[in-house]
Write a protein that binds this ligand. Structure first.
Ligand code: NDP
Length: 256
């Protein structure tokens, strides 16, 4: 049945050339969706598009810095023209971090993290709303973090952006339910990607992560993309406004 397929659906995944975004592009395409993605690096983007084409996936891409308002506008114009004014799925995946004690952050760093993680997601929702509504059956997923649920050593600005994304999912879920748009947030704990390669390659830190995680390891990108894809399926038609941790049990582990 079509409950477990995305055939005939269109999707926009921001930041799809590496890590979680890459896995989400593949998962959605595998389930039958036609996907558009973006990143800042044209060479890497073109390489990914070739790989996906060779695998039989229908994926197109744009070079776009998601932290730029004008480039976001151009991205959605491109998506609108490719998908004829309709979009079923928006995945707000782009995110970045600078890890520091709070007293060391500059105003510029604050702006950069806020605009890349929160403002870009917020604006993408505004830009995509007419297309999502026009599709008649739509779903937005924010890639948040457990850092938006509990304190982590990842820095207070990052945590604030992710907490705000979780709340945004709740607000938009209620506001846009009438437009048949479901909105959810997925909150991963450490996942093996290029974003955290430098921290997880530190054996001592990796051991610390494992010791706090009931499943005793960091996650893989395809363990996040499966949840993201599920939330976009017709099978998830009654799930909206939720924040779902994909964290090996980290966020429920009060006392090991
Ligand atoms: P990666 O850095 O591995 O991949 C990020 C992807 O997004 C790349 O394709 C990158 O391409 C693209 N990207 C980054 N910045 C921009 C930008 N400004 N505009 C357009 N594209 C951009 O990150 P992850 O896959 O690890 O992270 C994805 C999301 O998951 C983030 O929101 C992150 O906060 C969240 N997350 C990750 C966790 C982890 O442990 N890995 C844990 C919890 C949450 P390019 O750089 O070429 O533009």
């Amino acid at each position: 049945g079509s409950r477990w397929h995305l055939a005939g659906m269109t999707a926009l995944v921001t930041g799809g050339t590496r890590g979680i975004g890459y896995a989400v592009v593949e998962e959605l395409a595998h389930l039958g969706a036609v996907v558009h993605t973006c990143s800042r690096n044209e060479m890497e983007l073109n390489q990914r598009l070739q790989e996906w084409s060779a695998k039989g996936f229908i994926v197109t891409g744009s070079v776009c810095d998601a932290s730029s308002p004008t480039q976001r506008q151009q991205l959605i114009e491109k998506v609108s023209s490719i998908f004829t004014g309709k979009l079923n799925i928006l995945i707000n995946n782009v995110g970045t971090n600078i890890k520091k004690p709070t007293m060391e952050y500059t105003a510029e760093e604050y702006s950069m993290i806020m605009s890349t993680n929160l403002e870009s997601s917020y604006h993408m929702c505004q830009l995509a709303h007419p297309l999502l509504k026009a599709s008649g059956l739509a779903s937005i997923v924010f890639i948040s973090s457990v850092a938006g649920l509990v304190h982590m050593s990842s820095g207070s600005i990052y945590g604030a952006t992710k907490g705000a994304m979780n709340q945004l999912a709740k607000n938009l879920a209620c506001e846009w339910a009438k437009d048949n748009i479901r909105v959810n947030s997925v909150a991963p704990w450490y996942i093996n990607t290029s974003l955290v390669e430098h921290v997880l390659s530190d054996k001592q830190f990796l051991d610390k992560v494992a010791s706090r995680t009931p499943l005793k390891r960091p996650g893989e990108a395809n363990e996040v993309s499966s949840m993201v894809a599920f939330l976009c399926l017709p099978a998830a038609s009654y799930i909206t406004g939720q924040t779902i941790a994909v964290d090996g049990g980290f966020s429920v582990n009060g006392f090991p």
